[in-house]
Ligand binder design. Sequence first.
Ligand code: PLP
Length: 372
Amino acid sequence: MSATENSISLPTELLPEDGRFGSGPSKVRKEALQSFFEAAPSYLGTSHRQNNVKDHVARLRSGLSALFNLPEGWEVILGNGGTTSFWDAASFSLIESSSQHLSFGEFSSKFVTVVEQAPHLREPEVIVSDPGSCPSPVESQVDTYALTHNETSTGVTTSLSRPDPDGLVIADATSAAGAIQWDSSEVDCYYFAPQKALASDGGLWLAACSPAAIARIEALCSGSRWIPASLDLGIALSNSRKDQTYNTPSLATIFLAAEMVDWINESGGLTWAEDRCGQSSGMIYRWAEERSFARPFVANSRERSPVVCTIDFEGVDADAISAVLRANGIVDTESYRKLGRNQLRIATFPAVEPADVEALCACIDYVVEELG
Ligand SMILES: *Cc1c(COP(=O)(O)O)cnc(C)c1O
């Protein structure tokens, strides 16, 4: 950091109340932490095979069913290891032999690599588009379509739709779940981890599964394919039905996720959350469009994420801006490293206060002026 960056101190009255704008792990609400603090002495350190913990797993599963308005026959299943583990599990327990993937950023491309390396699966069909845009699926002979609701590395949102009536549609919704609406008739398995839009901590995966997805899991997991137990979604399914996980989960992650889901449901559900995120992200995109030194990275305004705002900078070093912000308690606005752009990435998940987003824009203006 240069001397100037070091010495820029943001006026206290400009600062947001909460300085966490990271895209994951993301801001955890203080109210949820307070509830956790009160529950912890009789919750943490108790058996996940007893009702004391299982009740919170049940609260989370039924809260998600309500949040997504899941039709009859759908089930919410869960297991350990986050979304990355779920990709591994999907390569054993959801993809029968062939899959099509939309690859348009770091996360969507990682799942492609999993499938490419799986010796029991065929070479995947991969439809690629440049970072900052998204491709569309095309009807094909594959048994599974792998979509991504919100590509967190680039800030691109897609609308989920079924390319053909037969293939199973599975969607990575890690940064979208709880913030962006989706239509359950277009998807069979909507999976995610709760450390992004759901304002909890990492290490867990959750998946809303249609009857077709459950049938696929049951078929593959009782067939001849060897499946490591921790990646066997059939085992996850039977444990989830008992409000348990196959092995020990993080109890804090479950509690905080359940708190967030309850809060969204009580506040007005997914419509409310989407409006709130749209209000926050809209402020950032409009701010960027009005500034000579900034502009939204995603060219097509309909593809701009309501939860992860990527803003390109010109004539001013974005790394210097994020360093000054960090020194002033506003953290994790750095761009996704591998994207290699002069960019800030700002999360506007439901937990983030729109007023704090407004304050952040004012802070960036101040920093840019000072960096001159
Ligand atoms: C963060 C993220 C992942 C990885 O999640 P982990 O829980 O860290 O494995 C996968 N996909 C998307 C879209 C993400 O945002």
